[in-house]
Design a protein. Sequence first.
Length: 341
Amino acid sequence: MAVPVSAPSPQPLTPETPVLTYAEALNEALREELRRDSTVFVFGEDVAVWGGGGIFGVTKGLVEEFGPERVRDTPISEEAIAATAVGAAATGTRPVAEIMYADFMGLAMEPLTNQAAKMRYMFGGKISLPMVIRAQQGGGRGNAAQHSQSLEAWFAHIPGLKVCVPSTPYDAKGLLKSAIRDDNPVVFLEHKVLYFTKGSVPQEEYTVPLGAADVKREGSDVTVVGLQVLVNYALEAAEELAAEGISVEVVDPRTVSPLDIDTIVSSVKKTGRLVIAHQAYEQGGIGAEIAARVQDIAFDYLDAPIQRVAGKNVPIPYSEVLERAALPGKEEVIAAIRRVV
């Protein structure tokens, strides 16, 4: 599955602005927060000595700088990792835990959804849970059915959890820094196909607020709300359709909980049309939630039925040809736009 090698950033590219990969931007965020706050520590499967920074190199070099007390390898036990994060957060530290693939987050659901998500509520706000669970998700690399799912809707369904889905290096760094500083549990989902995309990432201190969408491209004829890799496909589609006189606005929610519905509705009121694109399964996907909210709030502004572009409701195949058939790309986004304009 072809993915753009560059990604947009709110900062203009200049000779002075560093260009980083998505993985490097995440590494910078972790490094800066470990330096800033001594209560931050990183742990998970293969994040330190054994993995040399994990399979995608996101934690590369951290154990050498901060030592094994603050950057720790763990056994392969997703439930233990999540439960440890809950206990550590409840007792005064800011853990950043990595679970290697989001597909295995099911093993961590009890401590995450029944403990982390509910503890502040059940203690009447007298406790904070400043913890981050990082996990890789998404298809497009031939990793087959058990290592390729996009599962943001699982966690967005649970009150008490915040859920980040960055699409660019700039957003990945800024959102991760905000997530680490937040006093609530955050599920931080990184799309593995994006790890080697590049974008400008300023050296100066910055954060991206949780719950603030970003308009990646202005347009007037149709709004495309894209998640993660589908943001890039939507931008490619917008560029191609501009040659035909079709003006596409691309909105990236950046977080799905909290969801910045106001920015999405504002865009729909301008364009009158909405396409929602994500790689997750169509059935029960976050696209259905966005569609329902827009329908409730902005029905009178819609000039065409809302369209969803999503993964097929089948296990993701290992075969490259079949995987491509199961997952949406630029062509599917273009086809959805043509149906409404």
